[in-house]
Design a protein around this ligand. Structure first.
Ligand code: NAD
Length: 500
């Protein structure tokens, strides 16, 4: 399929693709895909006001009825899966199955949210006063701003939007400036769902704004956006988080990771090798959960490294649309330059690098293709502690599990982690309070590829936010504790007496 056929199939029209000043290129071959119109910072107050007006109506629609909108959206996404997946591949360079997988993740969270729309449960709490009933109720909070990153151009939006909508909140989406077309096509699926849903959905319920950091800053600054979910670099979160908190808003921060795997002597090495390679080079190392550090027991270190070198030597790199390709391009040449510069730093710190070069043969012209790098490090240096958004895997060794866990935790980020072991004591120690300090900790599974059913997010510089499954929905609602007195007396709590 040609580039323009993919854009048309995803529902984008000439008016969407021409006449604007934001140039959109495909990372596959550098081709210009569109000149997109941008929202301006001056447009933001009216956008936020529309969302506030929508909130006044939407919060009164019963939650199961709100869930019906999300059910319809899931239907539209199912119908558009192939086309939207192809657009994800074209715009951010994911291989075909990962592009489709990203849309599947949207469908999955819609299903979850539809069920949730009948389960926004509060508690009933025993009151210490006779003739009193105490309860907790969850209410919507208001417009939710969603700032998303290029590497999950649509799934992260859906984690937020599907939950926010059933919780009774309008959404304003500011996608990455590197993935605007996928956002526009996704917005069209939502518009089709809204049209089918009918008049219960107010204008301004689901808005999309296209542009750069200034639009995100407008969402962060506005008191009329009580929740701001921001996914991206720790640099961005370090700016946006304090801005939201300074005006008493609620940030949900999903920031960078520096994810490790511990490989213990008892590990099933065949399984570990597969998990390592997918974790480290899948999505060309551009997942927040990508495997970046391998902490291997000294007794198996050389064997595992030899197996990995063999696997790395034959990895199919190239056009992500071609069957068999496992590694597509990096998002742009700046990402490639950062990767190569980081490898130079690692060499200067005593690292031995395998792979890690620009690839120009057998790949489309004008894409930033690289061979993934394995870097044998003498210790965990500052370079290793830094997230580089590219396929670099630092390999280090350990002698006892306590030391391995200390190394795993000794980075500023706290997103995902895992251990490969068949030893129950080691596995449970890794998952215990004295084990991994990350939001995600797996056993005999790599650090990436989470399901939507669990709460997703991490600690420390990863930001502390939780999205997607479990009770992450509570982040989009306010909790109200109510005590009702149905007696003929007015007893005070704690036995306090105040007789008039
Ligand atoms: P980025 O920080 O450059 O941009 C992310 C988004 O933030 C974009 O929409 C951008 O326009 C916006 N933005 C940037 N500066 C801003 C500012 N000052 N105010 C308001 N908005 C601003 O990140 P990226 O390169 O698109 O994505 C890669 C990063 O995202 C990696 O660090 C990765 O680990 C992280 N990430 C984290 C998760 C997670 O769930 N923890 C998921 C995906 C990506």
């Amino acid at each position: 399929m040609t580039h323009s056929a993919i854009l048309t199939a995803a529902g984008l029209h000439q008016t969407d693709l021409t006449g604007g000043d934001l140039t959109v290129r495909s990372p596959i071959d550098g081709a210009v895909l569109a000149q997109v119109h941008q929202t301006t910072a001056a447009d933001m107050p009216a956008t936020i006001a529309r969302a506030q007006a929508a909130f006044a109506a939407w919060r009164n629609i019963p939650a199961p009825r709100r869930g019906e909108l999300v059910r319809l959206w899931g239907e539209e996404l199912r119908a558009a899966k192939a086309e939207l997946g192809a657009l994800v591949t074209l715009e951010v360079g994911k291989i075909t199955s990962e592009g489709l997988g990203e849309v599947q993740e949207m469908i999955d969270i819609c299903d979850f949210a539809v069920g949730l729309s009948r389960q926004l449960y509060g508690l009933t709490i025993a009151s210490e006063r006779p003739g009193h009933r105490m309860a907790e109720t969850w209410h919507p909070l208001g417009p939710v701003g969603i700032i998303s990153a290029f590497n999950f151009p649509v799934a992260v939006y859906s984690w937020n939007a599907a939950l926010a909508l059933v919780c009774g909140n309008p959404v304003i989406w500011k996608p990455s400036e590197k993935s605007t077309l996928t956002a526009m096509a996704t917005q069209k699926t939502m518009e089709r769902a809204l049209a089918r849903f009918g008049d219960d959905a107010p204008d301004g319920l689901c808005q999309l704004v296209i542009g750069g950091a200034d639009l995100g800053a407008a969402l962060a600054a506005s008191r009329d956006v009580p929740v701001l979910s921001a996914t991206g670099s720790t640099r961005m979160g370090g700016i946006v988080g304090p801005q939201v908190m300074a005006r008493w808003g609620r940030p949900i921060l999903e920031l960078g990771g520096n994810n490790a795997m511990i490989v213990a002597p008892s590990a099933d090495l065949d399984m570990a090798v597969r998990a390592i390679v997918f974790g480290a080079v899948g999505t060309a190392g551009q997942r927040c959960t990508s495997l970046r550090r391998l902490i291997v027991h000294r007794s198996i270190h050389d064997d595992l490294v030899a197996r990995l070198e063999r696997a790395y030597a034959t990895l199919p790199i190239g056009d992500p649309r071609s069957p068999g390709t496992l590694i597509g391009p990096l998002i742009d040449s700046a990402a490639r330059d950062r990767m190569l510069a980081q490898l130079d730093k690692a060499r200067a710190e005593g690292g031995r690098v395998f792979g890690g070069a620009a690839v120009t043969e057998g790949v489309p012209d004008d894409g930033a293709y690289v061979s993934p790098a394995l870097v044998l490090m003498p210790e965990q240096t500052d370079t290793v502690r830094t997230e580089t958004f590219a396929p670099i895997l630092y390999v280090m060794h350990y002698d006892d599990l306590e030391q391995a866990i200390a190394m795993q935790n000794d980075v500023p980020q706290g997103l995902s982690s895992c251990i490969f072991t068949l030893d129950l004591r080691e596995a449970e120690t890794f998952l215990s309070a004295a084990g991994s300090d990350c939001g995600i900790a797996n056993v005999n599974i790599g650090p990436s590829g989470a399901e939507i059913g669990g709460a997703f997010g991490g600690e420390k510089e990863t930001g502390g936010g939780r999205e997607s499954g479990s009770d992450a929905w509570k982040g989009y609602m306010r909790r109200q504790t109510s005590t009702v007195n149905y007696s003929r007396h007015l007893p005070l709590a704690q036995g306090v007496r105040f007789d008039l």
